[in-house]
Design a protein around this ligand. Structure first.
Ligand code: PMP
Length: 420
């Protein structure tokens, strides 16, 4: 193992990081479980890409069947591409009725920014203070989570969220709107107009801030008044993770101009999309050129089509909602028994669980959260951390998870809290 790590370090770029103090090697996945070379099973409560479970046989069969016939690109007539586009659009509010495919969430956000900048004629982008939106130079520059990248861009403004600032829920909407208005003014003072508000509606990198419902609506209006577009980054909340809705923005009662998709769309196959209103999408299509070699190829489309079929047929959202509630109840009981839990937030099966002892310094919270993550890994359960101080557990199991998995998770977390 040490030898493999050394070889890794000598050939891979240094931005690669291994998870866990004791790194782990998986050779097989099935449903909720990942297996190491010794056959030890690990319960996956972390990976949101395979939201229908690892190596879903029907998804894999659809992918293999199409790969065995043809992998065609979008320049040829292909009924499957149109069928899937129609089915995908049917899951959105009526106003959102055009789609362009991509290969990753980063590409989706990159394209959405291009569209917003072209349509608005402006450059400015507003994001939350610890957001992550992807890897390309343009989206790295709107991802404060990455550190310095955002500081380099004069046209980007960060807004604080009410939750991490401790603003009471009743004042959350006003607080958020005031932040947005100040950001717009600050851009304006430097002669920069606002192109977009780009946000992930559950603010996953900021630490999973899901409530209060509707708190972003006033800020959304302020951006529209200033001529900017609204981009909902649904890479994390989309495709039913929140249980109550297919798309996270729906929880807040708003309809964005552009919506970006990725991660679970192909249950592991790299496929993403931008779904948008007709006017900006057509203006962009007429004025700019966009072609993407791999995006929308028939193998990706066949895979994504199988994912959507299963998501709808197997009532995956209802399951996410029910299991999310069971996990929430269990965590609340655990918080009564154990002093190490300071807060629990969730929408469906996406949880942020604040770790640490009240009254202790935040550095100790972060250390404790890291200890819990590593203790659970030793115990055979996979999770990670999130938030600006990395002191919240990030818990987002595949959406097919069942009561028995939730109960195994809770028992493991209780052991880890005791040991940390
Ligand atoms: N947006 C959000 C909210 C994300 O969490 C991520 C990935 N973690 C991305 C965009 C980028 O997606 P990808 O890694 O597929 O490019």
């Amino acid at each position: 193992e040490a030898e493999l790590i050394a070889r890794r370090d000598s050939v891979l770029g240094s931005s690669y990081r291994l998870q866990y103090r004791q790194p782990v090697h998986f050779v097989r996945g099935e449903g909720m479980w990942l297996y190491d070379p010794d056959g030890r099973a690990y319960l996956d409560f972390y990976n949101n890409v395979p939201s229908l479970g690892h190596c879903h046989p029907e998804v894999n069969a659809a992918m293999a069947e199409q790969a065995g016939r043809i992998s065609a690109n979008t320049r040829y007539l292909e009924p499957k591409l149109v069928d899937y586009a129609e089915r995908l659009i049917d899951t959105f509010p009526d106003e959102l009725n055009r789609v362009v495919f991509t290969c990753t969430g980063s590409e989706s956000n990159d394209l959405a920014l291009r569209i917003a900048r072209l349509v608005s004629g402006n450059e400015g982008v507003i994001v939350s203070s610890y957001a992550y939106h992807g890897t390309s130079a343009a989206v790295a520059a709107v991802s404060p989570n990455l550190g310095d990248a955002v500081k380099l861009s004069p046209s980007v403004r960060m807004v604080s969220l009410p939750g991490p600032e401790g603003v009471p829920e009743a004042q959350a909407a006003d607080f958020f709107e005031a932040q947005i208005r100040a950001a717009i003014q600050d851009l304006k003072r430097r002669g920069i107009g606002v192109a977009a508000l780009l946000f992930d509606s559950i603010f996953s990198s900021d630490g999973v801030w899901v409530d209060p419902l509707g708190f972003i609506a006033g800020g959304v209006n302020a951006v529209r008044e200033a001529g900017g577009l609204i981009i909902a980054d649904e890479v994390q909340p989309g495709f039913g993770r929140t249980g109550d809705h297919m798309w996270g923005f729906e929880r807040h009662g708003i309809v964005p101009d552009l919506v970006t998709l990725g991660k679970p769309m192909g249950n592991g196959f790299p496929i993403g999309a931008v779904v948008g209103r007709k006017t900006p999408m057509e203006l962009f299509g007429r004025t700019a050129r966009y072609s993407n070699t791999f995006a929308g190829n028939t193998v990706g489309i066949a895979t994504a089509d199988a994912v959507l079929t299963i998501l709808q047929r197997d009532h995956i959202l209802q399951n996410a909602l029910a299991m999310g509630q069971r996990l929430r109840n269990g965590l609340e009981e655990l918080a009564h028994r154990s002093p190490g839990i300071r807060g629990i937030r969730n929408a469906g099966l996406f949880f942020g669980v604040d770790i640490g002892l009240a009254g202790e310094p935040p550095a100790s919270w972060r250390a404790m959260a890291l200890n819990v993550v590593n203790a659970m890994r030793e115990d055979g359960v996979l999770i990670s951390t999130t938030g600006a101080n990395e002191d919240s557990l990030k818990v987002r199991p595949p959406l097919i998870c069942q009561a028995e998995h939730v109960d195994l998770f809770l028992a493991s977390m209780e052991r880890a809290l005791l040991a940390s």
